[in-house]
Design a protein. Structure first.
Length: 638
């Protein structure tokens, strides 16, 4: 896995022409050309992509694509001949390029976009201070819990600022959910070029949506190259956090290798334990009575040979969606139990490798990686989330919540129905009866519905009533199987469990939350000083573009800035003011009530009861803005 290696020179025009023809994402390429040459005239109106949500090359026709390649080749050839060094885009050029791409003025997004269109060596999100500069010799150290994407990032940023940091990880390796989930077909459903740190982009992703082992390789390489791996205490689980009001320190109870426990103290704690890492099993009668192998998809039992077996899979969410096609044809029969079918978003290249020509362009054309990443990111800045907001004047129904949501439904419905012309009996089973956005929308390259049409795959839509020694019962019928796989998701709303967390005056966090976790910016909770959550309450992305890695970068920047404030003031601790926290969460809850995932009656992990403690209901820009700097007026500093 390669990070930020020097770009190779473009050898000649013929080589460039060949790779442009075979591998260029043309809207991103034209933006790159305008940037490198400083000539926005290449961004012609007749070459602007009409749509980017579900169409390759943004919907450009074959004629438009050929003209775009011709324009790009001529401009890049001139640029190469002039031997001009690539420079950062001016604000004016950045605005012109992104306005052309997005179809509306981007003047209000320029600061965010400048962050995104930055070379790794610039790293604008890195701390611009160090502990020794602000508070020489200060006794301030931080514990980070969890060595997934967020935890490694937090440890890296603190190390850049010279803040002593220790990272505790219960597993024997980095990766978090990407270490734990090893089921067949496991891969990201976020584009690989978005699913990495903005300041450490991989230049050699092998697939457009990489498998779990590749993502894990990326995290291992980052941990090693950044030096964070040396700060990790593997095989060490944090069982309890207790704030000492007198000492103004956190006491952590650790269980290490062999089960031995010990207590350590730290001035601050950052939890990076994720939302999707505590497997959820269904509340069915007789659970555990099955005499054969039964396991959750997130705890895959690789000792079980599924060849020739009758396998039951419970669930049709993201994990089942990936693993069922892998089992079909290996197992003698797959019996799939579905509660609610998913909406499917056309993504023809979901399982495809990155072409050699595309990889060549990433390695040879300056800033092409950054503009390609922007092209993937931009739809969420303005677009997707708008279709998931309730319009009470529409009026909303159980199937669509706005005119735009109705259009999205029609588009996805057309794509799905086109795949069912030879299996009309499946239609009523697989077409969702809820609005687009009420549950996670899954990537679709035709494999899922093709799998459900197989003779050796049975789709059961009646709910599972109970588990028996021989299999599962649904609608009064017992389905005898050899193996049961529960692809039933995670306890996403049970933040920070199973840790016991005690704050000021002995306040228990889980008692305080009373089953409804809340935090300011998903990060801070009143009465719990110097405790910061990453991927905390209401920080899950559901249509805002980017990835959870992007949100982690935003949240980490905020946390590091709070620590800067503490050190600059010579203070011991900071916590969010209660009124600020309460006002913020009232704002979030009010907006969430008008989002598809809360408004709809369909069940799922996006909500717990009548509210959502997982999802962020606003734009990615809004979160970036609110986390860019910590507002001292929001904090109580002691």
């Amino acid at each position: 896995m390669a990070f930020s290696r020097p770009l190779r020179p473009i050898p000649d025009d013929d080589t460039l022409r060949r790779h442009l023809a075979a591998g260029a994402e043309l809207p991103a390429l034209l933006m790159t050309v305008a940037h490198l040459t400083g000539d926005a005239s290449v961004l012609r109106d007749d070459l602007r992509a009409p749509g980017w949500l579900f169409q390759p090359q943004g919907g450009l026709t074959a004629v438009q694509q050929e003209e775009a390649r011709r324009v790009a080749l001529a401009a890049l050839a001139r640029w190469r001949a002039e031997r001009r060094a690539p420079e950062r885009p001016t604000p004016e050029l950045l605005r012109a390029i992104t306005t052309w791409a997005m179809g509306s003025d981007t003047g209000d997004l320029l600061d965010l976009l400048a962050d995104e269109i930055a070379l790794p060596e610039d790293d604008p999100k890195a701390p611009d201070w160090t502990l020794e500069e602000l508070s020489p010799g200060a006794d301030f150290d931080v514990a980070v819990i969890g060595a997934g994407f967020s935890g490694l990032l937090a440890a890296h940023r603190l190390a850049q600022a010279g803040v002593p940091v220790v990272l505790y990880e219960k597993n024997e390796d980095v990766g978090g959910t990407w270490f734990e989930n090893t089921y067949p077909g496991c891969r990201t459903d976020v584009a690989s070029h978005l699913y990495n740190y903005s300041f450490a982009p991989s230049t050699d992703w092998p697939d457009h949506f990489c498998r779990s082992e590749t993502v894990l390789e990326y995290l291992r390489a980052f941990a090693k190259e950044s030096g964070v791996a040396e700060r990790v205490r593997f095989g060490t689980e944090v069982r309890e956090l207790r704030w000492d009001d007198t000492e103004r320190r956190w006491h952590l109870t650790l269980r290490g290798p062999g089960g031995a426990t010990r207590t350590v103290t730290h001035r601050a704690v950052i939890t990076a334990v994720g939302q999707l890492n505590r497997p959820a099993l269904p509340a069915v009668e007789g659970l555990g009575s099955f005499t054969g192998p039964a396991f959750h998809s997130a705890a895959w039992d690789h000792s079980v040979d599924l060849a020739g077996k009758r396998v039951a899979v419970v669930g049709t969410g993201a994990s089942a969606y990936q693993l069922v096609p892998e089992l079909a044809g290996v197992a003698s029969e797959v019996i799939l139990f579905q509660r609610n079918p998913p909406w499917l978003r056309p993504t023809p290249h979901y399982h495809e490798p990155v072409s050699d020509s595309a990889a060549w362009l990433f390695e040879h054309v300056p800033y092409y990686t950054q503009w390609y990443r922007f092209w993937l990111f931009a739809p969420g800045l303005r677009g997707i989330l708008d279709g998931w907001i309730v319009d009470h004047d529409h009026p909303p129904t159980e199937r669509a919540i706005s005119a735009l949501n109705e259009q999205l439904r029609a588009s996805l419905l057309q794509s799905m129905e086109a795949q069912l012309t030879d299996a009309p009996e499946l239609r009523d089973k697989v077409i969702p009866a809820y609005p687009v956005g009420a549950k996670r929308v899954l990537r679709d390259n035709g494999v899922w519905l093709a799998t459900l049409k197989r003779d050796d795959v049975t789709l059961v839509t009646a709910p599972v009533a109970r588990e028996t020694p021989h299999g599962l019962v649904a609608d009064g019928e017992e389905f005898a199987v050899d193996v049961i796989v529960y692809a039933t998701g995670f306890e996403a709303s049970r933040f920070l469990t199973p840790m016991k967390v005690t704050g000021e005056n002995g306040l228990d966090l889980h008692t305080h939350w009373a089953g409804a976790p809340r935090a300011h910016l998903g990060i801070s909770v009143p009465h719990f000083p110097n405790l910061f959550c990453l991927y905390g309450p209401n920080t899950n992305l559901v249509g805002q573009g980017g990835s959870i890695v992007y949100f982690s970068e935003c949240a980490t920047r905020y946390v590091v800035d709070v620590i800067r404030l503490l050190l600059a003031r010579g203070a011991d601790a900071a916590q969010v003011r209660e009124d600020v926290h309460d006002d913020y969460n009232a704002w979030v809850d009010a907006a969430s009530a008008d989002r598809a995932w809360v408004w709809s009656k369909v069940s799922g992990w996006y909500k717990d009861g009548g509210r959502s403690s997982t999802n962020w209901p606003f734009s990615a820009v809004e979160y970036w803005t609110r986390t860019r700097r910590a507002d001292p007026d929001d904090l109580h500093v002691i």
